[in-house]
Design a protein around this ligand. Structure first.
Ligand code: MIC
Ligand code: SF4
Length: 640
């Protein structure tokens, strides 16, 4: 029987387990990436393993998130990361070199290899035919130590693209269409493999826009075949030698198929506050806007910025609109500087920012009170922009640029004639901002600022948990709700005691005080609990406050893994009635945990306040049970 591309690459990397959907397998990891906001913890964890040098084929440490240096903290972290990389065999991409996913695509990604990254948008590399998976920092640390990565065999969905996109409709609209159809939890447990006659015309940067935002579907990853487009991209990056052709067999089978007719797609927009609240731009056109932001790892390639420059050329941004543009990489910025497009952006009135995540993670450019901001990014969760009342709409670069001129949300198809952006046959390659590991690692001193605090180690789970429910949440709670980011909180990423003060801040400002007073407790959640980012701080900080279990209707993949890695039990409600029967403040008890958890997938939860009992289940593998009981993976490793 023929194989699909995902099966082929996973089988190529299989270390243990059986390739059966739902089973746990272990795969070899070729490459890792970290970014600064998750990297400091990942490296502290790697350091604790006592291994002198990374054991991957390639590991890269990027600095792109914590770029506003409003105090010593971020700059200190950058120094730590740079010295750490030099000592342990890791390439260091300096601040200013660009957003990790964009730079990795340009300079490091290799078709057919596996990449583990401590950032949820690591699947961007799928645009090059790689299996890129977003995980918590600890999983990256383990991979850098040369150990395989454990994952549940995903179901593989073929996304068949037919025909070609119409004028002013672009890759962003393809992934918005999938989000419209499948929602933010439609991809959990799945990998999306793209095929059909419509893929041939899509360039690698366009493919990367689609695989990048597959993260918002909750998918494990997304991937395109490696073909002539891939070769053209790698050749233009002077990396032709890294290319190899990769495709599914002709008679490959899939667990599901989704078909998209590209010519029928219209420009789409995701409305506040979720990437799946997608409607055609036409439905909201005329909405007044205050800000337009172009950039992020989704839409900041050469292709995207050239499109924007062509739309803005010779015109002025609407007087009511602030237009901010952050190029995805120094290479992109350099290319548009050399060909004059940057001058067109500046002349049009754009506020050109450095090559970094910037406004996407609330590092500056927060909109005004009740401000409407149109962004080419991938997430529009409430408050993520830094302005609690901000209303963020997600669109393509075409829609963003045209709307910036109009002052209202506008359909770019009104621009008429189509636009052809020719991609360069040679990009301005310059790896001068990537520092290779030191040749004399023993002489490298690791620099640690006062904000870098040792990682608190959790204790083993008790046999009986008796504690109160600290919070009951609804569906689709994001890690931005659990552990907010933004310019004020991100500098505390290396300091768990300090960052823990902000847990659930926007949801319930009294949460931390309550958790402290009660010595911890349970969290009760709805569907898709913990969707969004890979930040393991959303598990470590609640654990530090004494949270021992989260009982939810379902979990997002990365957050579930992070909970187990740091000793919080993810338990699942069997029915909605059990969820409804628990309120904040109820006292719950689970007894005999140590005996029950390994033996049974069902557990009884006594509600002592209401004198009721409900059954919950877990889907932990034997390995995960051991980890959870020990109080996390680090304890488990120490116990041997
Ligand atoms: C995000 O887009 O939310 C982030 C910031 O890139 C996160 C990582 C983090 O929280 O540091 C992600 O996507 O994993
Ligand atoms: Fe950075 Fe935004 Fe991409 Fe996250 S989603 S890596 S914050 S650009």
């Amino acid at each position: 029987m023929g194989k699909n591309l995902v099966q082929k690459i996973l089988e190529d990397h299989l270390v243990a387990g059986e390739m059966r959907p739902g089973a746990e397998i272990a795969i070899a990891v070729d490459q890792t990436l970290t970014q600064d906001a998750t990297g400091t913890l990942a490296y502290l964890q790697f350091e604790a393993m006592g291994i002198p040098k990374v054991r991957t084929k390639l590991s890269v440490s990027y600095v792109d998130h914590n770029m506003l240096q409003t105090g010593f903290e971020n700059a200190d972290d950058h120094r730590f990361l740079q010295t750490f990389a030099a000592k342990y065999g890791i390439y260091f991409s300096r601040p200013g070199n660009g957003i990790c996913h964009q730079v990795h695509l340009e300079r490091f990604g290799i078709p057919g290899q596996t990449l583990l990254g401590s950032d949820s948008h690591t699947p961007t590399a799928g645009g090059l035919g790689m299996i890129g998976i977003g995980v918590g920092g600890l999983d990256v640390a383990v991979a850098m130590a040369g150990m395989p990565f454990n994952l549940t065999v995903p179901r593989v969905v073929l996304v068949r693209l037919r025909g070609s996109l119409g004028p002013w409709v672009s890759a962003k609209d393809v992934i918005l269409e999938l989000l419209r159809r499948l929602t933010v939890k439609g991809g959990v447990g799945k990998v999306f493999e793209y095929g059909g006659d419509g893929i041939a015309a899509l360039t690698v940067p366009e493919r990367a826009t689609i695989t990048n935002m597959g993260a918002e579907l909750g998918a494990t990853t997304s991937i395109f075949p490696s073909d002539a487009q891939t070769l053209a991209f790698l050749r233009a990056q002077q990396r032709e030698q890294d290319w190899r052709p990769l495709a599914a067999d002709k008679d490959a089978t899939y667990d599901d198929v989704v078909e998209i007719d590209l010519p029928r797609l219209a420009p789409l927009v995701a409305m506040p506050h979720s990437p799946d609240r997608v409607v055609p731009v036409g439905e909201v056109q005329g909405t007044r806007i205050d800000q337009v932001c172009i950039g992020s790892c989704t839409n900041s390639s050469y292709r995207d910025l050239m499109t924007v420059a062509a739309i803005l050329k010779g015109k002025k941004v609407h007087p009511a609109v602030s237009l901010a543009i952050s190029p995805g990489s120094r290479q992109v910025l350099n290319a548009i500087a050399r060909n004059g497009a940057l001058a067109d952006l500046i002349a049009a009135g754009a506020r050109v920012l450095e090559s970094a995540c910037g406004p996407c993670i609330g590092m500056g450019q927060s909109p005004s009170t009740d401000g409407v901001s149109l962004r080419t990014f991938n997430r529009n969760f409430e408050g993520r922009s830094g302005t609690p009342s901000g209303r963020i709409f997600l669109v393509s670069p075409e829609t963003a640029a045209f709307s910036a001129l109009q002052g209202v949300i506008a359909d770019p198809r009104q621009l008429g004639e189509t636009l052809e952006i020719a991609l360069p046959t040679s990009y301005p390659v310059d790896d001068g901002m990537v520092i290779p590991p030191s040749r004399e690692p023993d002489s490298v001193e690791i620099s640690r600022g006062p904000n870098i605090k040792p990682l608190p180690i959790a204790s083993a789970l008790p046999d009986t948990i008796k504690a109160k429910v600290l919070l009951v949440t609804g569906n689709n709670v994001t890690t931005d709700h659990i552990m907010p980011a933004g310019a004020n909180i991100l500098p505390l990423r290396s300091n768990i005691p300090a960052i823990a003060e902000h847990v659930f801040e926007s949801v319930d400002p009294a949460f931390v005080k309550r958790a402290r007073e009660q010595g911890g407790g349970f969290i009760v959640g709805g569907e898709n609990y913990g969707q969004g980012s890979s930040r393991e701080h959303a598990a470590i900080a609640p654990r530090y406050l004494g949270v021992v279990a989260v009982i939810a209707k379902s979990f997002a993949r990365i957050h579930r893994a992070n909970l187990v890695n740091f000793g919080i039990l993810p338990l699942i409600f069997d029915d909605t009635a059990s969820y409804d029967a628990i309120a904040k403040g109820d006292e719950l008890a689970i007894v005999n945990l140590r005996a029950t958890l390994p033996a049974d997938t069902r557990l009884e939860v006594r509600n002592l306040t209401r004198d009721t009992t409900s059954t919950v289940r877990h889907d932990l593998s034997a390995r995960e049970v051991e980890m959870a009981l020990a109080g996390g993976l680090l304890n488990c490793m120490k116990n041997g």
